[in-house]
Ligand binder design. Sequence first.
Ligand code: SDX
Length: 370
Amino acid sequence: MTDSQIHKGLAGVVVDYTAVSKVNPETNSLLYRGYPVQELAAKCSFEEVAYLLWHGELPDSGQLSDFQAVERSYRTLDDNVKRVVDDLPLTAHPMDVLRTAVSVIGANDGQADVSTPEANLAKSIALLGKIPAIVAYDQRRRRRQPIVEPRDDLGYSANFLYMTFGEVPAQVVVDAFDVSMILYAEHSFNASTFTARVVTSTLSDLYSAVVAAIGALKGPLHGGANEAVMHVFDEIGEAAKAEEWLNTALAEKRKIMGFGHRVYKNGDSRVPTMKAALDTLVAEYEAQDLAELYDALESSMTSRKSILPNLDYPSGPAYHLMGFDTLTFTPLFVASRVTGWTAHIMEQLASNALIRPLSLYNGPEERHLP
Ligand code: SDX
């Protein structure tokens, strides 16, 4: 083996087939089971997209109402999940709380190690229902607010917002949130999805794969970027200071959160749709100052480094305007991406191939004890 065989970060390396989604940097497009994500965001609900990712086809009205009924049945957390979360410090990062809670849900599941497609589908829809409850529970406990129980008369996004804030916001907010869930749902072999596939390839269980994926998504080079974008905006403060801040940050060799992508090099296909959703929220909340800061940093970054925004750049300020704590942003990514992760887990199981790459040794040559 030689150095030329090494592909650090697996950049540009094709390791397997997937039928779940197609990311095409040449055409700057993203297809979920063949459908352009922009069309799904415009015409479908997140529940329909979750069904599509898992079943390969969009649901008809009967299939959708059955699917929704099952998802709604999982919106209440078991008492031991609440006890474990309550025992965690209020300063615990919400991604650590979420990872821990999913572990408990897995430990509670007597079928955890049964990996038939039916069993994994049941676990997946259970997590779809339960993760919003965990995210809402954790944000309210941190804010020392009373816990809000789910409402069965509300769809996925409206109920998520209701459990988090104690009321259903304007439809424009529910719609923007639903669009963000659709856009975050799936993105082929990104780091957290590939993590889930690696764990699954050993024939470990779905919960272990999801917990591992949550750990991977937490990192600021991946899912943690949407939280980091708001920290950047807080650092800059106002649009007039964006260019000066950027010059300093780039001089310090900092990665500017919310910009760049390993696969897309001419811009993230999802950004225009999420930016349009952000614009509706800017109008709803009269957040012109935030919009100007957003535009100022983007134009400075693209002119200085010709590196374009990724999905985390518009989604961070969108979640901020919706009222979520900044620390809650990446758990929102988990709530959506758990659909893509579990679709890949089921696909990896069917391919039944252990993932085990090679390495080129560059440590001490063979030597022996005296
Ligand atoms: C997500 O893979 C997916 O599909 C992920 C995702 C999904 O849906 O699952 O799309 C979600 O993770 C989006 C990315 C969120 N992360 C961030 O916003 C963090 C900031 N971005 C960078 O860290 C970076 O752009 C990466 C990690 C996302 C991609 O980096 P690459 O492709 O490995 O590129 P690189 O780090 O090799 O950078 C190439 C050059 C470098 O300059 P040089 O050292 O060659 O001079 O571009 C520079 C980098 O320094 N660069 C940046 C930059 N991104 C790249 N410089 C400053 N700020 C940035 N954001």
